[in-house]
Design a protein around this ligand. Structure first.
Ligand SMILES: [Zn+2]
Length: 422
């Protein structure tokens, strides 16, 4: 299947490449041409889409989420992290089945598509049924195990790692643990053995709150980053989610071990966890991506809101309006996200890359005048500017409509699950 997008403003996200007017072709799940119209190859296209000057760019990578938590949106708000987790979330999650998780993930995927998200990194309860939901809906997904002392077993983690990686081109599976405070030392030592067996990076919630860091220092005499490093858990790199309360020494370890950060600013604000030192990470050369976190701690799955918060909060934290400018934020949401998800074939628009592409509507009041497109996207853009979302060469969302999906059925099934878990 060949698709041609023409009359487009093309933002490739390649380093030092300016936005230009031209066209982009896809064939099956790959980009086959990006460039000026006069140089474009001819051919038979299944569809030719006049972009009318709208922007074509790589889709956003949501690097940290718990999609199945759509069940808990607006159910347990205005609580601190530990009360929220222990009293509201964990008891309800104990009642959630794999089928429930599948339905709730589908609801989340609808929201991702409206926000221009073309891949997610999802840590939640039943990776198999989350994977099924993503394959059915066409969403690219890196699953991450959320292992902790309540489950699953290490054997299950290893089996999932071997079974889910390679099961479908849209799906991957990463080794992860939920957090230091939900694992004991022996469990983490055993995870470290698995990490070394497969030479795998590790993904974990870390240094999200000051309490978490203080308690870890109380238990082990080290910050969570230093403690995990002492167990060899970062020997093959990895990613920490949040990284709000890291120290200078932590950052040195992160640089040495190639540990990236996924920042989740809306969730950090709502749970009053703090403001992550994004400017400092970037200046040190640490790779930073952006996540929404789950729809219970955020509560939206909206990358535009996250992008705005990343830059606005960095400016206030540093008391410097020059901190983390819009092009840097766009890079985090696309190129850096692809690096952290280990999907560098989705980072930019170029021949041979996977066709994970979005179109943003510039013919709307909030995008006028068109003086600086990256600034428009980050500072005044919003999800209603998403005109199209294509994943793996398939247009899944276009002009407010979802292709081949019975939206009402998903709403109805998700409501029934929510009623059960309330
Ligand atoms: Zn999280």
């Amino acid at each position: 299947m060949r698709i041609r997008f023409y009359n487009a403003r093309i933002l490739t996200m390649k380093e030092n490449e300016d936005i230009f007017t031209g066209e982009l072709h896809t064939q099956d799940n790959r980009i086959t041409y990006v460039g000026k119209s006069e140089d474009a190859p001819e051919g038979d296209f299944l569809r030719e889409i006049d972009c009318k000057g709208n922007v074509i760019m790589p889709g956003f990578k949501n690097c940290h989420t718990h999609s199945g938590m759509t069940a808990f949106r607006s159910l347990a708000d205005d609580l601190n992290l530990q009360d929220w987790l222990n009293n509201e979330i964990f008891p309800r999650e104990a009642k959630m089945s794999g089928e429930d998780c599948n339905i709730l993930t589908k609801l989340a995927i609808l929201e991702y598509l409206t926000s221009g998200v073309t891949s997610i990194q999802d840590m939640y309860l039943t990776p198999e049924t989350i994977a099924d939901a993503c394959v059915e809906m066409g969403m690219r997904c890196e699953l991450v195990s959320g292992l902790n002392k309540f489950g699953p077993t290490l054997d299950v983690l290893e089996r999932r790692y071997n079974e889910l990686n390679g099961k479908n081109p849209l799906i991957g599976f990463k080794m992860g643990v939920h957090a230091e405070y939900t694992c004991d030392k022996e469990l983490l030592q055993n995870v470290s053995k698995l990490i070394h067996k497969y030479e795998s990076p590790l993904y974990v919630h870390m240094s999200e709150t000051k309490t978490e860091v203080d308690e870890c220092i109380g238990r082990y005499g080290m910050t969570p980053v230093a403690f995990f490093d002492s167990l060899g858990l970062f020997d093959f790199g990895g990613v920490i989610y949040h990284g709000v309360w890291t120290t200078d020494e932590d950052m040195e370890i992160m640089l040495k071990r190639n540990i990236g950060v996924v920042t989740n600013p809306a969730s950090n604000l709502k749970l009053a966890s703090g403001i992550a030192p994004i400017d400092k990470y970037l200046k040190k050369g640490i790779t930073v991506g952006i996540g929404t976190d789950g729809p219970s701690s955020n509560n939206a799955l909206d990358m535009f809101r996250e992008m705005y918060l990343v830059t606005a909060l960095a400016k206030v934290r540093e008391m410097n309006p020059l901190a983390v400018p819009a092009p840097e934020v766009l890079k985090m949401a696309t190129v850096n996200g692809a690096i952290l998800q280990e999907h560098t074939d989705t980072d930019t628009l170029a021949k041979g890359k996977l066709a994970d592409i979005i179109m943003l509507d510039m013919n709307m009041p909030n995008m006028q005048p068109i003086l600086n497109i990256p600034n428009n996207i980050v500072y005044s853009g919003c999800k209603s500017n998403v005109k199209m979302t294509m994943i793996d060469g398939v247009i899944l969302y276009e002009d407010g409509r979802f292709a081949g999906v019975d939206v009402e059925e998903i709403y109805s099934e998700a409501s029934a699950v929510m009623e059960k878990l309330k």
